[in-house]
Write a protein that binds this ligand. Structure first.
Ligand SMILES: *Cc1c(COP(=O)(O)O)cnc(C)c1O
Length: 224
């Protein structure tokens, strides 16, 4: 018998296939990142056994503990949360991909890491400059800084759709911003967008990296 986790994962996978088909896309070009914040490392182990290789976390302390506990597994760790400048180097010690580069100070902080990391520039799709993500007027400057970095490989843009508008409209703005970014970084064609409640719309808009939490994990035990 399948576990509830297995059922939810298969449902999400089927929905991704369906949304990709409806958009005339191949699901093979879409990376599913299971966001496991607030859930124990044992759940990540279970997901690994179900074939999941991409794990997303949004808080440094929790992510670093899980990555250490599971270091023998071949997992790709994606850091998707707001990143404090003073924690950036520590996050880069276990994260393979950082989705939340939203200011030049982070680029500077990551200039001296060993090796290189794949990153996304997070853009703010709201009118509230206090939300995560670079404001639209500063996008080009930040993309130029990441491009100039010797340690960061820009994959594309990342965004969280605002709660107070239809996600498809927000993702249209994201696509327009991605076109602006690609004038500076033509190779940065990935798009990290789509969560439990908007991944269909994100796939229709061209998302290549979905960050899906509760649809896979069930409700978070300890929201905060
Ligand atoms: C928690 C989180 C997700 C996943 O959210 P769900 O709504 O549970 O799918 C995706 N992206 C970021 C940045 C998150 O913090």
């Amino acid at each position: 018998m399948r576990t509830a986790l297995h059922e939810r994962l298969e449902t999400v996978r089927a929905q991704i296939d369906e949304a990709a088909g409806a958009a005339g896309r191949s699901a093979a070009e879409i990376t599913l990142i299971a966001v496991t914040k607030f859930h124990p490392a044992s759940m990540i182990h279970d997901l690994y056994e179900l074939g999941v290789r991409d794990i997303g976390e949004n808080r440094h302390q929790e992510a670093s503990e899980k990555a250490a506990a599971l270091r023998e597994l071949q997992l790709h760790w994606h850091f998707v949360g707001q990143l404090q400048t003073k924690k950036a180097r520590q996050v880069a010690s276990y994260a393979d991909v950082i989705h939340s580069i939203d200011r030049i100070r982070l680029v500077d902080a990551l200039a001296s890491i060993e090796g290189s990391r794949d990153v996304f520039v997070q853009v703010n799709l709201t009118d509230d400059p206090g939300r995560g993500g670079v404001v639209q007027q500063e996008l080009e400057l930040l993309v130029e800084a990441v491009e100039a970095s010797k340690t960061l490989n820009l994959q594309g843009l990342m965004a969280v759709a605002p709660l107070d508008e239809p996600p498809a409209r927000a993702f249209d703005r994201l696509v327009a911003l991605a076109e602006r970014a690609q004038k500076i970084a033509p190779h940065a064609t990935s798009l990290s967008a789509g969560m439990t409640h908007d991944f269909h719309e994100a796939i229709a808009a061209g998302a290549t990296h979905l960050r899906i939490g509760s649809a896979i994990t069930g409700n978070r035990p300890n929201p905060g």
